[in-house]
Design a protein around this ligand. Structure first.
Ligand SMILES: [Zn+2]
Length: 316
């Protein structure tokens, strides 16, 4: 299996093997950088091995998963069952439900999918890469969001902000592992500071939304936006983590008729989309439309809500 994966990765990157799938002690498989990597580089684009439709009516989603799995070749079924399963929740013996629930990633329109290669990236609470579904390409893409040294493990995040305890509890219950990342390894005053920041970062998400909905003055809401972006940076997150907060800023400016302000935030967000989603990310078009609106070349109708929808789909 390991050889098969590395062969596939080599075919995608004929000159230099960008990614190396290796066994990492205590983590099962993991992905290492085969060379120095710069923020913004596309590390992977992968079609789903299988995808399952969302639940409709009374039909449980598992039936859709079973149907999709039955249409796989025997070799792909074996590949599917080579993936990790959360043994604490689903037991030692692998089941379709266990493998699916442990590895499925959101696509769009409520669909979920399994990716053999993307599934090999381990979690880090402060990751060096970002994985998202590109509906235009019909592929999951993974981009470096920070510079990564050759030989370092490349990680993505399975979970968003929270205190160390909240993150550990969630990762243990949803995925069955204890996170040993640098952020989770903090102790004493450093841990306390990190936890306070993480709580405020999460709280600000709701505070910004509530302030926008209550039509608070633009200056007041944008100060909250700036505070959240500042805290994300202080916590050591890659700049792209601030993308969704910038969309909040775009929407606040739009709600106040500030076309120029919206355009300026869209420019900033666009740079982050390029890093985390690439030049073919469908999100870019949404930001371009906001920028065009400021130039008087587009009506900009409903762009704000499209942006929010696009990012929600991308899980940001
Ligand atoms: Zn962690």
């Amino acid at each position: 299996m390991l050889r098969h994966l590395n062969d596939e990765l080599r075919q995608q990157q004929p000159s230099v093997q960008l990614l190396q799938v290796v066994r990492i002690k205590g983590k099962g498989f993991g992905v290492l950088a085969g060379r120095d990597i710069s923020a913004g580089e596309r590390l992977l684009e992968e079609s789903p091995l299988m995808r399952a439709a969302p639940t409709h009516g009374d039909e449980p989603v598992l039936q859709n998963v079973e149907r999709a799995a039955l249409s796989l070749t025997a070799a792909d079924q074996a590949n599917l069952f080579s993936l990790h399963q959360h043994t604490g929740r689903f037991g030692e013996e692998k089941t379709l439900e266990g493998v699916w629930m442990t590895n499925a990633l959101p696509l769009d329109h409520g669909f979920s999918g399994i990716f053999l290669q993307a599934a090999r990236f381990n979690h880090d609470c402060c990751p060096s890469a970002y994985a998202c579904w590109n509906g235009q390409l019909e592929k999951e893409t993974v981009h470096a969001i920070a510079d990564i040294k050759r030989g370092s493990e490349i990680t993505i995040s399975y979970f968003r902000e929270g205190t160390r305890l909240e993150r550990q509890e969630h990762l243990q219950s949803a995925f069955g592992f204890e996170c040993l990342c640098a952020m989770c390894g903090l102790t004493g005053a450093a841990l306390e500071k990190s936890d306070v920041r993480q709580e405020r970062i999460r709280e600000l998400d709701e505070v910004i939304l509530a302030a926008s909905q209550a039509h608070r003055p633009k200056k007041e809401v944008l100060a909250l936006v700036e505070e959240r972006i500042h805290l994300l940076g202080e916590e050591g997150f890659a700049p792209s983590r601030a993308k969704r907060t910038m969309v909040d800023a775009i929407q606040v400016c739009q709600a106040h008729g500030d076309v120029k302000g919206a355009s300026e935030w869209a420019r900033k967000a666009r740079k982050l989309v390029l890093i985390s989603g690439g030049a073919d990310s469908p999100e870019l078009a949404l930001h371009d439309e906001v920028i065009q609106t400021a130039r008087g070349r587009s009506s900009g109708q409903a762009v704000g809500s499209q942006l929010a929808d696009g990012l929600a789909k991308a899980g940001m």
